[in-house]
Design a binder for this molecule. Structure first.
Ligand SMILES: [Zn+2]
Length: 485
């Protein structure tokens, strides 16, 4: 007789269902695990044996083979303990094989029989509950937060192997439990009105407002000390709170801790390697900063100082919101839909445009500094503004910016088509601008999108010429500084 049940492993950030089969041979008692099991999985047989002994079940009574399907893929993680234990119990005739065929199990076992919570469980739970033939999916009580986020009535919490055994040996499945209600998060610490701490800089504040409202990538340029970092750090507190779907995505990447702490804000140092920024590494795939910043903000200070291969590697995530990470023999696609806020000095020493300090860079050095940002990268940045040393206009307040950004997110989400078409005269003017400035197809589209966001901020149903003019100004301000050779 072959017994079969279901567990799950992580592949990248997604869960992948593993079928756990078990079979019994009349031979010397032992447990064998086959199907490319990793070290942790192979060790589970001793844990499980000790556990079952504690419950008074002496196993194995014969040779038991537990096979993990698909056999071609390596499986790692202690969360398969529970599924393997149940498969063994079924083949020993203690629980009904017909019943566990319609159930999935996740959880690590302690020697006492306690079921321990597992990290980043939500993706694995998702993979199991979306399998139609499964009626129940048992998960550790310690993963209640993850389970409640999915709001699925198939999920049932277990705290120990004893209680699970009691449930599995009942004559009837008890009625399926009501879906868990989402747990309320601990109250977030009151966000500081960071934007109000930036003195003046009305144009840069406007650019940040537009960037966050329409999810456009932003580059800030200016001499040291004008408030580039402070402005960038205020970005996460200006963004709307996360939807349930976004929280699921983020907890697949970070686990629970980060998902309750608001949107990610990542600020890797400019010495970061390309693989740490983009993801990769030999052996286990490591998520890069671009994935860790998914649905949040990636802040790159001193942008031209980053390694060339790291900067160029940003092309794909900036354009498509995903990053392809390759390792031996396979490529993995990871989410990377972040908002880039980059900051740079106008030259190597930082004082090129300063009225207070003289710039000490020779002209060829200035050109070389700017050439580090290639055309394709600059093309993918929607807004680029120059922050002058002194700008006294205060501009928008933190509260105003925050509420306007949320309003535009709602408007843009509710819109089924993109509404990028222009009216007759505006179109004519825009065509003139495009041909005069030799705008690429991508540049045109980006310009239109930024203008759409500005129109939304101003509550205008159609894009008008003034929106395009502001979008063009915000796009070009600092680009002239970068593109001179
Ligand atoms: Zn300089």
């Amino acid at each position: 007789m072959v017994a079969k049940t279901f567990g799950s492993v992580l592949h990248g950030i997604d869960g992948e269902v593993v079928e756990v089969e078990s079979v019994r041979f009349n031979s010397r008692p032992e447990i064998q695990i086959t199907g490319l099991a990793g070290n942790v999985v192979r060790e589970s047989r001793d844990r499980i044996r000790a556990c079952l002994r504690g419950l008074g079940i002496d196993t194995p009574s014969a040779k038991l083979v537990v096979h993990l399907v698909p056999a071609t893929q390596k499986k790692e993680g202690s969360q398969l303990d529970l599924a393997i234990a149940v498969a063994i119990l079924a083949v020993e005739g203690i629980v009904s094989a017909a019943r566990i065929e319609k159930a999935g199990f996740l959880g690590e076992l302690r020697l006492t029989g306690e079921v321990v919570a597992i990290p980043r469980a939500i993706a694995m739970m998702q993979s199991l509950v979306s399998l139609e033939k499964l009626e129940r999916v048992f998960v550790p009580t310690g993963n209640k937060w993850d389970a409640s986020l999915l709001r699925c009535s198939k999920l049932e919490l277990v705290d120990s192997l004893q209680t699970l055994l009691a449930k599995l040996t009942q004559n009837e499945w008890p009625d399926s439990p009501a879906p868990l209600l989402p747990l309320s998060d601990p109250p977030a610490p009151l966000a500081k009105p960071m934007l109000d701490y930036v003195r003046g800089q009305a144009t840069a504040k406007r650019a940040l407002q537009v960037a966050l409202a329409g999810r456009h990538h932003l580059l800030l340029s200016g001499t040291p000390g004008v408030g580039k970092s402070l402005l960038s750090q205020s970005a996460p507190s200006l963004l709307p709170s996360m939807s349930d779907l976004e929280r699921i995505e983020i907890s697949k990447i970070h686990g629970r801790r980060a998902a309750t702490g608001g949107r990610p804000f990542r600020a890797p140092h400019h010495s970061v390697s390309a693989s740490a920024l983009l993801g990769g590494g030999s052996g286990e795939i490591r998520m890069g900063e671009v994935t860790l910043a998914h649905r949040g903000v990636l802040f790159l200070d001193e942008f031209p100082e980053y390694r060339r291969d790291a900067i160029e590697g940003l092309r794909e995530p900036l354009q498509e919101g995903v990053v392809r990470v390759s390792r031996v023999g396979s490529t993995l696609k990871l989410p990377a839909r972040f908002l880039l806020v980059a900051a740079m000095n106008p030259c190597g020493c930082g004082y090129l445009l300063s009225r207070q300090y003289p710039c000490r860079c020779p002209p060829d050095k200035v050109a070389a500094y700017r050439r580090r940002l290639s055309g394709p990268i600059m093309d993918r940045i929607d807004l680029a503004v120059m922050m002058p040393g002194m700008e006294v206009r205060e501009g928008i307040s933190h509260e105003q910016a925050k509420s306007s950004i949320e309003r535009v997110w709602n408007i843009q989400q509710a819109r089924s088509i993109e509404a990028l078409e222009l009216r007759g005269r505006t179109q004519h003017w825009f065509d003139g601008l495009c041909s005069r400035e030799f705008l690429s197809y991508r540049a045109r589209e980006k310009l239109l999108r930024v203008a759409r966001t500005i129109a939304d901020l101003e509550d205008r149903p159609a894009i008008e010429q003034q929106d395009l003019i502001e979008a063009w100004a915000l796009r070009c301000d600092a680009k002239q500084l970068v593109s001179v050779s």
